[in-house]
Design a protein around this ligand. Structure first.
Ligand SMILES: Nc1ncnc2c1ncn2[C@@H]1O[C@H](COP(=O)(O)OP(=O)(O)OP(=O)(O)O)[C@@H](O)[C@H]1O
Ligand SMILES: [Mg+2]
Length: 142
């Protein structure tokens, strides 16, 4: 858990308003744990929990963190109805279960795949678009 939070804190320091994180991985893979690490470096106060039932939570931070969970949503349209786009420019958007709503994802995004195996946990980053490719490159160097 500490490693996941540390990785998330490192990532969080490189993010800026307008960034979009697509979190992908099975139940319990650690998607929310990663967002908690991000929230810490963004100065979010209060607990960050899975927005599985509320679907979206906007946390005040520097910048704000828009935490969304697509688990209970059937379509990309429902995700867009939440109004993510209204917040996307001024906050960092972190969407759990992003693979279930491919049509709701911006072309340029950071995909974060989380795996949970007998050997432990793995987190894969894939930068889609030059900005995110640069972030992934930077993460590798650190
Ligand atoms: N890197 C980690 N090391 C150890 N435990 C972890 C790690 N990441 C998450 N966990 C634990 O696994 C459980 C599930 O984690 P988390 O809620 O982050 O998963 P999730 O992918 O968001 O699941 P969901 O699909 O239900 O939203 C939690 O109890 C959490 O404490
Ligand atoms: Mg979760």
């Amino acid at each position: 858990m500490e490693e996941t939070h540390e990785l998330a804190r490192r990532l969080g320091r490189m993010l800026a308003p307008g960034d979009f994180l697509a979190l992908i991985g099975p139940l319990g893979a650690g998607k929310t744990a990663l967002v908690q690490g991000l929230a810490e470096v963004l100065g979010v106060e209060g607990a960050v929990t899975s927005p599985t039932f509320v679907l979206m939570r906007l946390h005040r931070g520097e910048p704000a963190l828009c935490h969304v969970d697509a688990y209970r949503l059937a379509s990309a349209a429902e995700i867009l109805d939440l109004g993510i786009e209204d917040w996307a420019e001024e906050s960092i958007v972190a969407l759990e279960w992003a693979d279930t709503v491919p049509d709701a994802l911006p072309e340029q995004r950071l995909e974060i795949r989380l795996e949970y195996t007998d050997d432990g946990r793995r987190i894969h980053f894939r930068g889609m678009g030059p900005r995110y490719a640069a972030i992934v490159e930077q993460m590798r160097k650190q």
